[in-house]
Design a protein around this ligand. Structure first.
Ligand code: JFH
Length: 274
């Protein structure tokens, strides 16, 4: 997979040299190319921002600089080794991903989708964001996604891109040491799909007086599975009540219902079509 990242702070991406992403780059599984946006600003101060039309606080990133930057990256299609995607000029084209607090949510599903692409181009804004005509312009030529990694406001798109690259990177074939771990995410049993994970433990069996739950040492696989499910339900109710509210009663057995009752959690009536 080829990844291009345009930013006024390419140094933000130093972490991509280490860990699983760094190893994937060394092996050639990942071709990451960082670009300094200011390289396409032509005035003496290499200006990338200007005041917002209509007034308001802060500054907005200028469209001309972004246009030249993105055009230049797209025009390097020839040295991608990608011949599966056809852009409007008849050559390969990247999918453009633009982080913004107003974007569609970045989910595991979107990460899976992006992991299937041969070429991604990330555009990192700063200030109050990028002039919207840039997204308009490239929507006519590329698949463009404005994406939010969560309901909080970062100072720019760089950290959001690090998050997305890590989530997408671990899904690429051969990037994870344990090839099973990434598959596990998507093949969680249907009844577990709306539950968060329970707690995990390793050796030693007692640490500073804290014991690993005896059931995990028992070797009784049925009891272990039951206990893990109970813990997953407890945590989901406590930490993610909105997920617990979506639990399908058809996926819950008598034991689950009893536990939910003990937790004073009322299951929602299921929506019926029409
Ligand atoms: C980014 C920034 C917009 C405007 C009310 C809420 C926001 C500051 C580029 C993504 C997520 C980001 C993110 C991504 C790119 C940029 C800072 C943008 C506003 C009005 C203020 C600039 C932030 N999930 N969070 N943050 N900023 N306000």
């Amino acid at each position: 997979m080829r990844l291009d990242i345009i930013s006024i702070f390419p140094e933000y991406f130093a972490p991509l040299d280490v860990s699983l992403i760094g190893k994937a780059r060394e092996r050639g599984t990942l071709d990451v190319r960082l670009h300094q946006l200011r390289d396409w600003a032509h005035d003496v101060h290499r200006t990338v921002d200007d005041t917002p039309y209509g007034g308001g606080p802060g500054m907005v990133m200028k469209p001309e600089v972004w246009g030249e930057a993105i055009d230049t990256v797209i025009d390097t299609a020839i040295d991608t080794g990608i011949d599966t995607v056809v852009g409007s000029a008849g050559g390969p084209a990247p999918r453009l991903v633009v982080p913004t607090p107003s974007g569609r949510p970045f989910t595991q599903e979107l990460a899976q989708e992006l992991a299937g692409e041969p070429w991604l181009l990330f555009a990192c804004g700063r200030y109050e964001g990028i002039d919207s005509r840039v997204m308009q312009e490239y929507s006519g030529r590329l698949r463009v996604d404005e994406v939010s990694i969560g309901d909080y406001v970062l100072a720019g798109g760089e950290v959001a891109v690090l998050v997305m690259v890590e989530a997408v990177g671990r899904l690429l074939p051969g990037v994870l040491g344990n090839a099973q771990s990434a598959v596990d995410d998507s093949f969680a049993p249907g009844s577990m799909r709306n539950l968060v994970e329970g707690p995990v433990f390793t050796k030693p069996p007692v640490w500073r007086g804290h014991e690993v739950p005896a059931v995990l040492l028992s070797g009784h696989h049925g009891n272990v599975a039951r206990w893990r499910r109970d813990e997953a339900i407890r945590r989901t109710v406590r930490n993610r009540p909105e997920l617990a509210a979506e639990l399908d009663p058809a996926t819950l057995d008598k034991h689950d219902r009893k536990l939910l009752e003990e937790l004073s959690f009322r299951l929602q009536p299921e929506d019926v079509a029409n």
